[in-house]
Design a protein. Structure first.
Lengths: 211, 211
DNA sequence: TAGATTGTTAATCGATTAACAATC
DNA sequence: TAGATTGTTAATCGATTAACAATC
């Protein structure tokens, strides 16, 4: 099995599977068939079995899938047992929202700290984390083996700060700016949350419906 | 041309085209070929010509595409000239961030107002908008023909509030909660921003790289 | 005109679905 | 055992790419 050959489409369905399995575990269900899982997620049973079989064999004939067993394996495939370290770069409203509402620990990440360039925010505490001065960022990344940097700063500085983060040694960037980040030949992974793209797609469907 | 037959993949590339065209206009470029556009976006020229031809013929042989002309048509296809109305439901940090940073007007939307259940926030002003009491929401939607509701509240109330919004008459929901919203048979469009899905995909690629 | 580049058709590629032998 | 359901192969479907006549 060549992991890197798994289609992007399949990978982007994995979080949905994980979430659904958490629901099922919460409800106390022990097992589920691809048929029932497909019904609940709006996918065909074939597709689900095929998706899972990109990574191994997680079911049993005549039984289906054990939800806890499958959940554990999906979490492993997603790297959630690796306890990736993560920092926040930029503590504007989006950054603050993530600090307050996103449970990094529950998802298996180690949140290390938040950095900010605005001196009024440096030293203040949000969700139990004392905001650090962006000047210390480079050294912090070098000292702490940071896997993921959340980039939530103004778009106009995005590429410059991304370049700095990459030079400091982060492995990946979770990009909340509108900018398209070019990681050059660093091999750094960039995953985008582009608000406007999403709203424009919504607008398209809305517009289409009117006709 | 049956609009509803345009593949989702194509539609989700439209905002990227629009953004690139804005860049080109900004730089003062007048025309661009599918070849050059493909090089800049990492797509094949064939795909780009095919994407555009789902909606009409926007180029000229031997010339290519006029960027302003094409930009205008893409904006129209995305419904950005319809001036869809939009309200914010929930003024926590994410909502505040959108109010302060997202230029709804520039994208062609009419931002009408923000609603909040928390009494301490009602009446305060953010980015020039006075937060309204959630109790007035239903009547406001009925009175003002609201096209889009931004749902940025806690996930546990998401479906309930979504049901209310749908009953009041919103046409679509831009969902920032982790919940999967079920629009029932209302025909309401739901577009999701699922932060965790995105981070988990990032984690997958990071995990894969380590092996 | 000659060169460039479109819109579109045909060929290819990849993903989804259907079918089924294997087996719990 | 009989019924259920997997993993996987074959068939189908749809999207991407290549090729090219049309034409600016």
């Amino acid at each position: 099995m060549n992991k890197s050959s798994v289609p992007d489409r399949v990978i982007r369905r994995l979080p949905r599977y994980l979430k659904k399995l958490d629901d099922l575990i919460c409800k106390g269900d022990e097992r589920i068939s691809s048929n029932e899982l497909g019904r609940q997620l709006g996918l065909t049973p074939s597709q689900i079995r095929r998706d899972f079989n990109h990574f191994g064999e997680f079911g049993w004939q005549g039984y289906g899938y054990n939800v806890k067993f499958l959940r554990r394996h999906l979490a492993h495939i997603l790297g959630l047992d690796k306890r990736f370290s993560i920092i926040l770069v930029g503590t504007g409203k989006i950054g603050q929202s993530l600090l307050e509402n996103f449970d990094f620990n529950q998802y298996g990440f180690r949140f290390l700290g938040a950095f900010e360039i605005c001196e009024e925010l440096v030293g203040t505490t949000i969700a139990g984390y004392t905001i650090m001065d962006a000047k210390l960022q480079d050294q912090f990344i070098r000292d702490n083996h940071v896997d993921i940097a959340i980039l939530s700063i103004k778009s106009s500085s995005a590429q410059r700060v991304a370049d700095e983060l990459i030079a400091s040694g982060v492995k990946s960037i979770w990009n909340f700016t509108e900018a398209e980040i070019d990681p050059g030949d660093s091999g750094v992974t960039v995953e985008n949350i582009h608000f406007s793209d999403s709203l424009l797609v919504l607008s398209y469907f809305l517009s289409e419906k009117e006709n």
